[in-house]
Ligand binder design. Structure first.
Ligand SMILES: [Zn+2]
Length: 163
């Protein structure tokens, strides 16, 4: 009993400190693939750099990937990390490539985004930290999620994809 109380106190202390720790962690986030801005600028197209490295948003209905219906895998345009399967893509009508889940649980990372006078959930590549888009809770079954992605942040390759 005493022991579980102690665990509870420890948990509470950890939770109480969490927001501060998270901020520090986000600032010093270390990803498997890390480059300087100058290097990214060299390696990416101007539009991909603006989206992936500067949290930009491409204009709606401009990505050719909106109409991509073939079987394949969507990779991170910056680091080639596997992000989404064509089997989880759907037409959300928003003008951005949309998926109801990532290809694997840890393929992407998320964090709160408080810009635009609202709280949205930002989605980034788990390998390089590149900004991909946002996730909303108005997606189709079975997850009810809508991963609203910038086509400029993705690279599509026709190949057998997991269901
Ligand atoms: Zn990446």
């Amino acid at each position: 009993m005493y022991r579980s109380l102690l665990v509870l106190i420890c948990l509470f202390t950890l939770t109480a400190c969490a927001p501060e720790n998270q901020t520090a962690e986000a600032k010093n986030a270390r990803f498997e693939v890390m480059k300087t801005d100058a290097q990214w600028r060299k390696d990416l197209s101007p539009e991909a750099f603006r989206v992936l490295r500067q949290h930009g948003t491409e204009r709606a209905f401009t990505s050719l990937l909106n109409h991509q219906k073939a079987e394949g895998i969507y990779y991170c345009a910056a680091c080639n990390h596997r992000l989404f399967s064509s089997h989880h893509k759907y037409d959300s009508g928003t003008g951005w490539p949309s998926f109801y889940k990532p290809i694997a649980t840890h393929a992407v990372g998320t964090q709160p985004d408080n810009t635009l006078f609202t709280t949205r959930t930002e989605v980034h590549c788990a390998r390089c930290g590149g900004h991909l888009g946002h996730v909303f809770e108005d997606g189709p079954k079975p997850t009810g999620l809508r991963y609203c992605m910038n086509g400029a942040a993705l690279k599509f390759v026709k190949e057998p994809a997991p269901r």
